[in-house]
Design a protein around this ligand. Structure first.
Ligand code: ADP
Ligand code: MG
Length: 575
């Protein structure tokens, strides 16, 4: 007898519902999205028993007439798209027509709704997906949905839920995060009958963010607004010193949808690279707006993931925008922001464009350039403002003065930053000028280190370090990266390999490569205590100012410290 059979529709319904509704917070999300899509200006959310006992969402949106209200409870019934192509220009949160049906399938749901100015409202009662009652109700403007006894017919699902408190916090956290997307809309949250939070209409993003994360000092948040042809990034980024030990406060929205941490949160973290110590994560709330055709929102049933058609460009734009903003903060450049567009009417592709931010004394211009999908930060220094070398301090620091600002430069960390930038740019351009050693350097290694050489040989070669496994534990270093000749000494090479060996537990390959470059840069740099000439110090400083990040070495230690003369006067109580 055949074993294959069609599943009973009620089983299909429950399976499908599981993809969208797995806990109270996912219902809260879907229902708020519906209220937003309905054009509401006020949304009220009530939770009882962590949302398992009851969730009520009422809005003053467009409401529904009776026929629509009944149809809306069926799977794949939607008013938001009619053809697949509509997804390209989708403005609404919903489009799959599944949320109401899924919620109704696993709860007892009551929907009352009415259109503005309508002579009557409609009440529909559902139990486990089955419509039990449809009757007229008093006229009302908007929709009210009550979801009770969640998973009453799916006891197995209940077992996977966390404690009531955690389910409730997940709902409250999610409401706070959704409230960030529309500051013009009033949200009120009630918890077990009492008002828990009100997000008044017209509050600022910052005010709402601080409600969600009250321990954030608002002086530590800096506004971001950077636009390129097809993308715009707005929101706030936190000061590097105000960092956290996890990614929970990295909030990223793509076209107003809160998306799961992933590609973009990595771009944010990489934008902070050099500003944060290892294991520290920034606080950010960022909204990326991107043309509908560059982003696919239909890759996850609950729409919490998106896919980009040009992921590298998006990643680069976010990463470099953050880096640029941090640089502005560091330089004390604030609001003179001039988005500047190039347009080329003959081409529909990505266009080269530039974002400029205004001057502050020494820095005349900071710019974000895009060319062929690659983003770079460029700096133009003010030729009026050239810091003067004053002296060496402790054979490690250079003291410079530019008008009313003093600079202390760490010779080792500055050199490390320059070497790192050099290696990184060579890696990017796949141009790896190397210096051949007059006689190849032969080094005897234990077998595990020979393994490391074998593993990274190709990568070493891409940055100009040519090492060959000669057999029986001997390796030959034939050439070293041009400009980093120090690597060609035996003691350097051995300590370099030891460092690489310790990197093995770093997660991604990119991460390991980056750390290898950092190690190369560090080991081949001028050290603290090395005697250098004033000319060398001046050249270091000038090149540092033009580097990708003059203020920090690649490991995140400060390479350059600015001290305003005003601060000095204050120290002597003159001001
Ligand atoms: P989707 O949002 O993907 O269209 P849903 O199952 O969430 O699917 O909702 C189905 C339809 O019900 C929506 O397309 C919308 O027309 C209607 N609807 C749902 N909630 C509301 C609401 N709060 N106000 C007005 N209409 C609503
Ligand atoms: Mg919906």
């Amino acid at each position: 007898m055949g074993k294959v059979k069609l599943l009973d529709p009620s089983v299909v319904e429950k399976i499908a519902a599981g993809e969208i509704v797995d806990r109270p917070a996912s219902i809260v999300k879907e229902l708020i999205e519906n209220s937003l899509d309905a054009g509401s200006s006020r949304i009220e959310i009530e939770l009882k028993g962590g949302g398992l006992e009851q969730i009520v969402i009422s809005d003053n949106g467009c409401g529904m007439e009776e026929g629509d209200a009944v149809l809306a409870l069926q799977r794949h019934a939607t008013s938001k798209i009619s053809a697949f192509e509509d997804l390209e220009e989708i403005q609404s949160y919903g489009f799959r027509g599944e949320a109401l049906a899924s919620t109704a399938a696993v709860s007892r749901l009551e929907l009352t709704t009415g259109e503005k100015g309508g002579s009557k409202g409609t009440r529909v009662v559902c139990e486990g997906g089955e419509i039990k009652m449809i009757n007229p109700s008093a006229p009302q403007e908007g929709t009210r949905i009550t979801v009770q006894d969640l998973f009453f017919n799916l006891p197995a699902r209940k077992k996977f839920l966390k404690s009531l408190q955690s389910e409730e916090s997940a709902c409250l956290d999610l409401i706070g995060k959704m409230a960030l997307t529309r500051c013009s809309i009033r949200f009120q949250v009630k918890r077990n009958g009492k008002i828990w939070e009100t997000y008044a209409a017209g509050e600022s993003l910052q005010q709402r963010f601080l409600k969600l994360f009250p321990q954030t000092p608002d002086s530590q948040l800096f506004p971001v607004e950077i636009a390129q042809n097809s993308m715009r990034l707005t929101g706030f980024i936190g000061a590097p010193l105000f960092s956290k030990s996890n990614r929970n406060q990295i909030l990223i929205y793509v076209n107003s949808r809160l998306v799961k941490p992933g590609v973009l949160s990595q771009a944010v973290v990489d934008g902070y690279s050099g500003y944060l110590e290892a294991g520290k994560f920034p606080v950010v709330v960022l909204f990326l707006e991107i043309a509908g055709k560059w982003v696919d929102v239909n890759v996850h049933p609950a729409k919490v993931e998106v896919r980009f058609s040009h992921p590298k460009e998006v990643y680069g734009f976010v990463e470099k925008s953050i880096a640029l903003k941090l640089r502005e903060i560091q330089e004390g450049i604030r609001p003179h922001v001039i988005p500047f567009y190039h347009s080329d009417s003959n081409s529909n592709s990505y266009l080269p464009s530039v974002y400029l931010s205004g001057s502050s004394g020494r820095t005349q211009e900071l710019a974000l350039f895009e060319q062929n999908g690659d983003y770079q930060i460029k700096t133009r220094l003010n030729p009026a403002a050239k810091p003067k070398f004053l002296s060496f301090v402790a054979r490690t620091y250079g003291l410079f003065q530019e008008e009313d600002v003093l600079f202390l430069v760490d010779q080792h960390l500055a050199h490390e930053r320059l070497n790192f930038d050099l290696l990184e740019s060579r890696l990017k351009d796949s141009a790896c000028p190397s210096q051949e050693l007059l006689t190849p350097m032969s080094v005897q290694l234990p077998s595990y280190q020979v393994g490391i050489v074998q593993q990274y040989r190709e990568f070493f070669r891409t940055v100009g370090l040519d090492v060959e496994d000669f057999g029986s534990g001997t390796v030959l270093v034939r050439s070293v990266p041009l400009g980093l000749e120090k690597i060609g000494s035996k003691s350097f090479f051995l300590s370099f390999l030891e460092k690489v060996e310790n990197l093995e537990d770093s997660k991604s390959r990119e991460n390991i490569y980056k750390k290898i470059l950092m190690t190369m840069a560090c080991r081949s740099s001028i050290q603290a205590g090395d005697e250098i000439s004033p000319q060398e110090m001046i050249s270091l400083f000038e090149r540092l100012l033009n580097s990708s990040n003059p203020y920090f070495c690649p490991h995140g230690r400060p390479a350059l410290i600015k001290l305003a003369l005003d601060e000095v006067h204050k120290l002597f109580r003159r001001k």
